[in-house]
Design a protein around this ligand. Structure first.
Ligand code: ADP
Length: 401
């Protein structure tokens, strides 16, 4: 069975075609700057030349047509006909409280997704566009939605409620949802496998540290807490996002500077985080280099980031009554040797000991805790595509073609 995994952003479309009998990747690629005259299309196959084209691409539907043509192309293709695509799995950012699992897309599901747009006005509309484009071009191929929020729907109420008047939760759905769920679930499952345990056994803290970052507490195989909340703005310090700040700062800033709410929102989402503190970049590699060259604000940004992650690990160990494994994933988690070291430095009281030699790796699955460390520490490269494809396979398996 072949599954096409699609992840649509406002001007991008990422895809991967997987053969699920062997869970192997047949092709993957990316459309960038959709809507522009010079949109970029990159198509890769394992062990083969990559294709890169710059051309006008009007919208997601057109991108998808180009993709399907390439997948069956004599030179760059990997399948003979479109009939070899058995199902499509879509990443959808927000499933609200309606979706605690992936779901087969039906008209009723589309309606529910539209309702979730209010909760994720930047993310859900392009996800929906991608689904509609696939439905138009491949009307007979089943489509599945896989939600970033679904894995966190198991959080207990005391973890997900905000202490606002209760009716705001009932009337507007204001609560913590959490994001990166597919990634947290994948690395937690892998972590349990690497430990030779069932996922419901170990208490795991998963650290997804990328441009957007979140940490989750996973107990009994379920997410019981996570750092992101109503939106992906809260929790840790991120590349350009504030993470948690005192909400009273918002009206204070508006009064002091004359900025309106949209302007403050842009500051909080795009100009803050390690970029705002360092004044150098949102890219950790650049910040680390500046810090190594004596830039004090760059060093402060790193220190703040590490401190916040360490603080959350302590808090999540507390709510789980201990921790058995810590996992690092995503750009910084997978590649940031110094970052992992700095975060773990000071966590020895929990029973963690990082091994600096084992930690000297990038982008590779490996245990990095020292021999005898009671808490295991792992680097596990995330793989959201395989999770989306597995769910798509599971949900469409019983459908008749
Ligand atoms: P996104 O949230 O956009 O998917 P990624 O997971 O790709 O983000 O992570 C991007 C971040 O990973 C960037 O800040 C980048 O600096 C960081 N990163 C990538 N490689 C390294 C590295 N070798 N060392 C430290 N950080 C790295």
């Amino acid at each position: 069975m072949n599954v096409l995994v699609v992840n649509c952003g406002s001007s991008s479309l990422k895809y991967q075609l997987l053969d699920m009998t062997t869970e192997t990747e047949l092709a993957k690629g990316l459309f960038e700057k959709i809507g522009d005259q010079d949109a970029i299309f990159t198509h890769k196959r394992p062990n083969a030349d990559k294709l890169e084209r710059v051309e006008p691409i009007l919208n997601h539907k057109e991108a998808l047509r180009i993709l399907l043509d390439i997948l069956v192309d004599a030179e760059y293709g990997v399948i003979k006909s479109m009939d070899e695509i058995d199902a499509v799995g879509h990443r959808v950012v927000h499933g609200g409280e309606k979706f605690a699992d992936s779901v087969l897309i039906t008209p009723a599901v589309m309606e529910a997704l539209e309702e979730c747009c209010a909760l994720a006005p930047l993310h859900n509309p392009p996800n929906i566009q991608g689904i509609e484009a696939c439905q138009a071009i491949m009307p007979n191929v089943p489509q599945v939605a896989v939600f970033d929020t679904a894995f966190h729907q198991t959080m207990p109420k005391e973890a997900y409620m905000y202490a606002l008047p209760y009716e705001y939760y009932e009337d507007y759905g204001i609560r913590r949802y959490g994001f990166h769920g597919t990634s947290h679930k994948y690395v937690a499952q892998r972590c349990a496998e690497l430990m030779g345990k069932h996922m419901s056994d170990p208490r795991i803290i998963t650290c997804h540290l990328g441009n957007g970052s979140s940490v989750s507490a996973i107990k009994g195989g379920r997410s019981i807490d996570t750092t992101m909340g109503f939106t992906p703005l809260s929790g840790l310090i991120m590349g350009t996002r504030t993470g948690d700040i005192d909400p009273a700062i918002v009206p204070f800033l508006m009064n002091k500077t004359g900025m309106n709410y949209d302007e403050v929102d842009t500051v909080m989402n795009k100009k803050s985080g390690v970029l705002g503190i360092s004044g150098v970049s949102n890219d950790f590699r650049v910040i680390e280099e500046a810090a190594a060259n004596g830039n004090k604000r760059a060093q402060l940004a790193l220190n703040m980031f590490h401190y916040k992650v360490r603080r959350v690990i302590g808090a999540f160990a507390a709510v789980m009554g201990g921790v058995d494994a810590i996992v690092f994933t995503a750009g910084i988690g997978e590649n940031g040797i110094g970052n992992r070291d700095a975060i773990c430095n000071g966590l020895e009281y929990l029973g963690t000991r990082i091994d600096s030699e084992r930690n000297n790796i990038r982008g590779k699955e490996q245990e990095i805790s020292a021999e005898g460390s009671r808490v295991k520490i792992f680097v596990i490269p995330t793989n959201e595509e395989i999770m989306i494809a597995r769910d798509t396979q599971r949900i469409t398996a019983s459908l008749k073609k």
